[in-house]
Design a binder for this molecule. Structure first.
Ligand SMILES: Nc1nc2c(ncn2[C@@H]2O[C@H](COP(=O)(O)OP(=O)(O)OP(=O)(O)O)[C@@H](O)[C@H]2O)c(=O)[nH]1
Ligand SMILES: [Mg+2]
Length: 608
């Protein structure tokens, strides 16, 4: 084997990164050939398979014409942008995939900007050319436009262009592509420079990722930027706070195909994994014990969204969770923050709660889902956008939003975005789809996805990317409906729901256990209403006796974690347990809620 290439695959969400990585692994023989319709091998996590998206970036490698190519598959969704930022450190070049129909979208711009800033060599792959309505030439023009807009240097503008269909395993230099994936692999060998790292330099391994293995413990992953390293070698771990620890390295690994394989010695330039260093964290630098090595500086864009996580104090607390105490929750959240640089965990003024900050509702939603699957029980509050207090006044995060929608529905989208202080900046029609570009405050995007889907019968695709901060754009109307709040603890009856149909939709179904203060449905009107979904037939008077034979109420709406988070009002919490998601009032008793309202009102009147 001669030489190494390190390349990251980057793109907007769904533009075909993982499909292409799977295909490249299979084509080069690093993995057995693909089964059509089978789940993607690289999307190996359960949540990734269920949702059909990449959540965690991953390393793999293949051998092409005697050279080892380390490939990093990255997530495309904007909420996981922090991972892309940190793994680019392992690469010398990128394959920028752009959908041959959709063209560059917000996340394309984000990843390209980060890659150009790092001086990485780009290869542009116009992907999915098999799509019937693909428009590869126009898309290439748009890609040039994007490079120029992002201030690419002249040499970066001379990027090679490949037309491909990852799904069909085809690629080529002409718009119609070619018969195999060889052009992509050849171009990686020719265009992406080999790593500059030298074996004679001191050991320097900036840790980009930490894996936890049942047998060997914590494993630090990164690109060895200098030196050679074998098991037992003394190393110094440089922590970002200026401290350092010394100790021997444990077992060492490289990536072969989709596996991490133990090896004898790690060579500079390769993407490697080192076990046996207990306290090692993302952002540390594993360094030569004697010779001077610079500490890595890992800075990622700051979080935009905060949410309260607190211990579950609902009447049903502890019924199905394994880890239910504040200590459990804090310990788990601290661990999550260490594994994900884009996540921050801060104390609050309550001892039983923490503030968790992240990039978006999906980012925090995935954390919540992961924790409940591990057996945790807790409650979370409504997501809150983080403002910046500047000399010019309060500034808020503004996102670039793209909505793809059939032209017939574009009016509804523009209206919805307008109400949320979004400004239409660009509009284009390609084939039977309109592409609308907006600039909108992050605040306005919370809950927008569900609204858009309803307004367009599921025909809209929304994506967004943080653009920067701008002066606060003023009030945004929140949810126009109230909650149906359960008045007593008991078991939901069909009879009671039947009598409540006029109130709105239900989140619970007959035989379900509910408690006082739980939100059991949505109220049509803009205020909360106290309801009793547990009422039994014999408790009512005679008048309804004739009508109660016919039960006619809609099935319960079961919201996902993200939908629930977007639904929550300020005075509500989402109770999360391994088996249930329940919405509830922070204060479970009606009398307590009234008292709080009165106190708030009088505080407002007296101006305090
Ligand atoms: N027509 C067509 N569809 C493709 C092609 N490659 C991928 N797809 C489809 O596009 C969708 C997304 O593919 P993925 O490979 O998961 O995309 P991704 O970029 O890894 O997505 P994220 O990691 O979630 O950002 C899937 O439904 C694929 O089957 C292609 O070459 N042609
Ligand atoms: Mg993917």
């Amino acid at each position: 084997m001669s030489g190494i290439r390190n390349v990251a695959i980057v793109a907007h969400v769904d533009h075909g990164k993982t499909t292409l990585v799977d295909a490249l692994l299979a084509y080069s023989g690093a993995m057995k050939s693909l089964v059509e319709g089978a789940p993607l091998v690289m999307d190996s996590n359960d949540l990734e398979r269920e949702r059909g998206i990449t959540i965690f970036s991953k390393n793999c490698s293949l051998i092409w014409k005697g050279t080892k190519i380390n490939v990093i598959d990255t997530p495309g969704h904007a909420d996981f942008g922090g991972q892309v930022e940190r793994v680019l450190r392992m690469a010398d070049g990128i394959c920028l995939l752009v959908d041959a129909f959709e063209g560059p979208l917000p996340q394309t711009r984000f990843v390209l900007r980060k890659a150009l800033a790092r001086g990485l060599t780009p290869i542009v792959i116009i992907n999915k050319i098999d799509r019937t309505n693909s428009r590869p030439r126009e898309v290439l023009d748009e890609v040039y436009g994007l490079f120029i807009e992002l201030g690419a240097h002249d040499h970066q503008l001379e990027f090679p262009v490949i037309y491909a269909s990852g799904r069909q395993g085809r690629s080529g230099f002409a718009v119609e592509g070619g018969p195999s994936l060889a052009p992509i692999l050849d171009t990686i060998l020719e265009e992406i420079p080999p790593p500059k790292a030298k074996t004679e330099d001191p050991i320097n391994l900036p840790v980009c990722h930490v894996e936890v293995d049942k047998f060997v413990g914590r494993i630090a992953v990164g690109r060895l930027e200098g030196g050679r390293l074998k098991e037992g070698d003394q190393v110094k771990i440089l922590h970002p706070d200026g401290t350092e620890t010394i100790g021997p390295a444990g077992r060492v690994f490289v990536f072969e195909g989709i596996r991490r394989t133990p090896t004898q010695i790690l060579e500079a330039g390769d993407v490697v994994a080192v076990a046996g260093m207990d306290g090692v964290e993302i952002g540390d630098t594993v360094a030569d014990p004697v010779r001077v090595v610079e500490r890595q500086i890992m800075k990622v864009e700051p979080p935009t969204l905060a949410m309260e996580f607190r211990v579950n104090d609902s009447p049903f607390a502890g019924q199905d969770g394994q880890y239910v105490t504040t200590r459990h929750m804090k310990e788990r959240l601290d661990r999550a923050a260490k594994a994900d640089v884009a996540l921050q965990v801060l104390p609050t003024d309550r001892t039983d709660s923490m503030e968790v900050r992240g990039r978006g509702v999906l980012h925090l939603g995935i954390l919540i889902e992961t924790m409940r699957r591990e057996g945790y029980e807790f409650a979370v509050g409504r997501p809150r956008v983080l403002f910046k207090d500047t000399e010019q006044g309060i500034e808020e995060p503004i996102e670039q939003v793209t909505v793809e929608v059939p032209p017939d529905d574009q009016g509804k989208v523009i209206e919805l975005m307008g109400r949320r202080r979004g400004e239409l900046t660009h509009m284009q029609i390609h084939g039977d789809l309109a592409f609308l570009e907006f600039e909108a405050p992050s605040r306005g995007l919370i809950g927008l996805r569900t609204k858009l889907m309803n307004a367009t019968r599921g025909n809209a695709v929304l994506s967004s990317q943080l653009k920067g901060y701008a002066p606060h754009r003023g009030e945004i109307p929140t949810r126009a409906t109230g909650s149906q709040v359960c008045s007593e603890t008991g078991i939901v009856s069909a009879y009671a729901l039947n009598a409540l149909v006029d109130r709105g939709s239900f989140f619970v179904e007959p035989t379900e256990k509910v408690y006082e203060g739980q939100v059991t449905g949505e109220h049509r009107r803009d205020e909360d209403v106290l309801v009793n979904p547990c009422k039994k037939k014999h408790l009512t008077n005679m008048r309804s006796a004739g009508a109660d034979e016919k039960m006619d109420f809609p099935p319960a709406i079961k919201m996902s974690i993200e939908e629930s988070l977007e639904f929550l009002a300020e005075d509500e919490l989402l109770e999360v347990t391994p088996k249930f998601l329940r919405l509830r009032k922070r204060l479970l008793k009606e009398t307590d809620r009234r008292r709080e309202l009165r106190t708030a009102k009088s505080a407002l009147q007296s101006g305090t």
